[in-house]
Design a protein around this ligand. Structure first.
Ligand code: SUG
Length: 448
């Protein structure tokens, strides 16, 4: 049976703004308070989805969340009508209003961890929504994420959904941003690679000094257990704490994997040689031939990787078996990174083509091409069981583009977030979106 890696991209929500909310994420902190352009952000994301669809990849779309999250503000003690809740939060606790307005659910690599059916004990595709509990503005995403994923992958014969892990730092889970899967073919059993930043219960593992390590070993282990993965099919590895302290807040800022290939920075991991040997051995036992490309620090410094998001790229397998790398414009703007990429192509290895996309609106909050997509490997039967409303087609692209142009503002500043009109605009837009994507009622305003 044929199988595919389907990329579900997060559609940027109408409140996209630069809130400076993510300590440890250099872009988020340095662009704080700048005016954003939600319309441009959403259109940039749609362009990427369309381009991949046009190249023949199966492309999906993942809906944004209801923001401002009035229910979250109510749970923090702001009361009255919805408009009063927003007004009071703006007056008494602006940072909480900003957090409740974040469109951060666009970075769907953090929505969940997904294990394909070939890897799991019960032969279903498993999803665990990420608790994202390191940052308040992201910790409020998972209940809606679970409902949206449930509406996209509803067939219980093929899809199993797990609630987010306990919402404490010891089980900090950031989803697929710290998870990659290696395989010979998407439909065959593979090796799932879980990368953690620290251990919550074992002090022998080092931890970063300056910035938080968002993913714990214990969270990764729990997800692997929930998904019914076998010991032969998993490898756990620790991120180098020194790079977390340089702004690598997720492993997908410094490494990306696909098929039999891991593309990573020399300084990405601890105990790299041992880890690569384990990956090689486990994939070989599954009939695969693991390969890695290590980018030397003297060609691309960690700082250049963080600024350009070279590794936050999408590594895609083309029909002829070669690979394509989707990178953000910032890679072309960085002479060292661009030179490295030219050399990589000239070397004639597995990566044969680099395509550049303008994702500046998202990049300014630390979200590149890979952050914007959730990968779900599916066989033909499973793909047929996915809600067809969320699979990108030329008609859906046109409809979504018109929907964005109709509903989104082209400028948003912090002071705009207090406008109760923004809430109404968002709800009107999202109500229409659930009809376009055939999701049913998934948002708090539709349910309560
Ligand atoms: O969690 N930025 C996100 C970026 C997530 C990127 N995802 C991956 N690497 N997979 C984060 O730090 C910034 C929001 C703000 O500051 O307005 C933010 O949440």
């Amino acid at each position: 049976m044929k199988s595919f890696e389907v990329n579900f991209d997060g559609l940027v929500g109408p409140t996209h703004n630069y809130g400076g909310l993510s300590f440890g994420n250099v872009a988020s902190q340095s662009n704080s308070q700048q005016a954003s352009n939600p319309r441009e952000a959403a259109l940039q994301g749609l362009e990427k989805m369309k381009a991949l669809m046009d190249m023949g990849f199966v492309q999906g779309v993942l809906a944004p969340q209801e923001r401002p999250d009035v229910a979250a503000l109510r749970s923090l003690g702001f009361a009255g009508t919805d408009a009063q809740v927003i007004e009071r939060a703006a007056k008494e606790a602006m940072p909480l209003l900003v957090a409740s307005c974040s469109a951060s659910s666009m970075w769907v690599a953090n929505a969940a961890t997904v294990s394909p059916s070939a890897d799991t004990a019960d032969g279903r595709v498993h999803f665990t929504a990420a608790n994202l509990n390191c940052k308040y503005h992201r910790s409020i995403e998972h209940p809606t994420t679970s409902r949206v994923l449930g509406a996209m992958f509803a067939d219980q014969q093929h899809f199993a959904h797990h609630a987010a892990l306990p919402a404490v730092a010891q089980f900090g889970d950031e989803g697929a941003a710290n998870h990659t899967r290696f395989c010979r073919d998407y439909g065959e059993a593979g090796v799932e690679f879980f990368v953690f930043g620290r251990s919550a219960f074992d002090s022998r593992y080092p931890a970063p000094q300056k910035y938080p390590a968002r993913q714990t070993l214990e969270a990764s282990q729990a997800v692997a257990r929930l998904h019914g993965l076998s010991e032969e099919g998993v490898v756990f590895a620790q991120q180098n704490p020194a790079v977390i302290d340089q702004g690598v807040f997720h492993n997908d800022v410094i490494a990306v994997g696909n098929g039999e290939l891991l593309f990573h920075h020399q300084d990405a991991f601890l105990n790299t040689e041992q880890m690569l040997a384990e990956l090689h051995g486990k994939l070989a036992a599954r009939g695969g031939n693991f390969q890695s490309i290590s980018v030397p620090r003297d060609q691309v410094a960690v700082e250049d990787a963080v600024r350009s998001y070279l590794f936050n790229s999408q590594l895609l397998s083309r029909a002829d078996g070669s690979m394509l790398l989707i990178v953000p414009e910032e890679c072309r703007a960085n002479p060292r990174v661009w030179q490295y990429l030219q050399g990589l192509l000239a070397a004639g290895g597995p990566i044969r083509e680099v395509k550049v996309f303008d994702l500046k609106q998202s990049m300014q909050n630390g979200g590149g091409p890979a952050c914007l997509r959730l990968r779900v490997a599916l066989n033909e039967t499973e793909l047929a069981a996915v809600n067809p409303g969320v699979i990108m087609t030329p008609a859906l692209y046109d409809t979504l583009t018109a929907w964005v142009n109709k509903h989104y503002r082209d400028a948003l500043r912090e002071s705009d977030l207090a406008d109760p009109q923004l809430l109404l605009e968002c709800r009107t837009a999202l109500d229409e979106l659930t009809q376009i994507l055939k999701l049913g009622a998934v948002y708090p305003f539709q349910i309560n």
